[in-house]
Design a protein around this ligand. Structure first.
Ligand SMILES: Nc1ncnc2c1ncn2[C@@H]1O[C@H](COP(=O)(O)OP(=O)(O)OP(=O)(O)O)[C@@H](O)[C@H]1O
Length: 283
């Protein structure tokens, strides 16, 4: 049995696809913030995590434990105080088009239509494409999330789920090999969230499961349904990785069926225990 933070290479007993290429390598990463009058605050400490190409990995942990900080080191928006992040075999020194990010608050430009929100992103990240190629990309991705007919609407005319679908279509249209999702479905109701999970997996499948997806979530069921592995963080400050849990469920997964499987129940219990081990029922 391999240590669970190593890549699963050629492991025929695993449910995971065979991973032969590293996509992200977080090496001994510590992130500290300096704040005026309060000195130095260490958010995460000595994080080591390897993620293979095409893997879906979720990060869960209590509020403030450093999940977003860790994601931001992969995106390049936060620099590690020590250690380094390697993405697609290059040391991360800032944001790049190989890493797309989707936030909980959609971050759409409110003055641009759905179409323009996606087009502008394609235009700025892939300037070498012809206009026709850019239009084709925008159309394909808006169709994939069933929003083509809403292409002329402004974000204010859309529901939360629709806005998030635009944000996801935008992230996919720039075709990053790594997709970083920071609580992407946190603000959605359960039904919308469920259909967004299917949309996300559909896009991932259409791309031959080649995109690496790292997602921050608070939702254990969401993490199990979507992920190959779930990274559980300890509480901060100086948060570390508590455990990395493999999700032993074959794909495609049917949400209604998997919840009855003993493997699901076991992994769900494990994650609950890891997250809530300090509480008892009486609490
Ligand atoms: N730029 C910053 N300057 C100072 N402290 C920061 C900064 N960014 C994050 N922190 C601190 O680092 C810790 C981790 O924050 P982070 O946002 O990564 O946590 P999180 O696990 O994503 O939280 P949540 O689940 O509530 O979104 C927190 O204590 C936060 O206050």
């Amino acid at each position: 049995m391999k240590a669970n933070n190593e890549l699963l290479i050629d492991d025929s007993s695993s449910f995971h696809k065979i991973v032969t290429e590293k996509s992200i390598d977080i090496k001994n990463v510590t992130v500290s913030f300096k704040s005026k009058g309060k000195g130095v605050f260490t958010a995460v400490k000595d994080i080591n995590l390897e993620i293979g190409k095409g893997e879906i990995v979720s990060i869960i942990g209590h509020s403030g434990c450093g999940k977003s900080t860790l994601m931001n080191t992969i995106s390049g928006m936060v620099s590690p105080s020590s250690g380094e992040v390697i993405a697609n075999n290059k040391v991360v020194t800032g944001p790049g088009p190989d890493r797309g990010i989707v936030f909980q608050n959609y971050s759409l430009l409110p003055w641009l239509t759905v179409y323009k929100n996606v087009f502008e992103a394609v235009d700025s990240v892939l300037p070498h494409l012809s206009k026709a190629e850019k239009i084709e990309l925008v159309e394909k991705n808006l169709n994939m999330v069933n929003l083509w007919e809403h292409k002329d609407k402004l974000p204010s005319q859309l529901s939360g789920g629709m806005k998030q679908r635009v944000a996801i279509a935008r992230a996919f249209s720039i075709n990053p090999s790594i997709l970083l999702l920071d609580e992407p479905f946190g603000a959605l109701d359960a039904l919308t969230k469920g259909s967004m999970h299917i949309e996300l997996l559909k896009l991932w499948n259409l791309d031959n499961r080649n995109k690496t997806i790292v997602m921050v979530t608070h939702d254990i069921e969401e993490a199990i349904f979507l992920s190959d592995r779930v990274v559980v963080m300890n509480n901060g400050p100086a948060a570390t990785i508590k455990e990395i849990v493999d999700i032993p469920l074959a794909r495609p997964r049917n949400k209604k069926d998997i919840i009855h499987l003993p493997e699901y129940i076991e992994v769900h219990d494990r994650l609950l225990n890891l997250l809530f081990d300090k509480f008892s029922i009486e609490d």
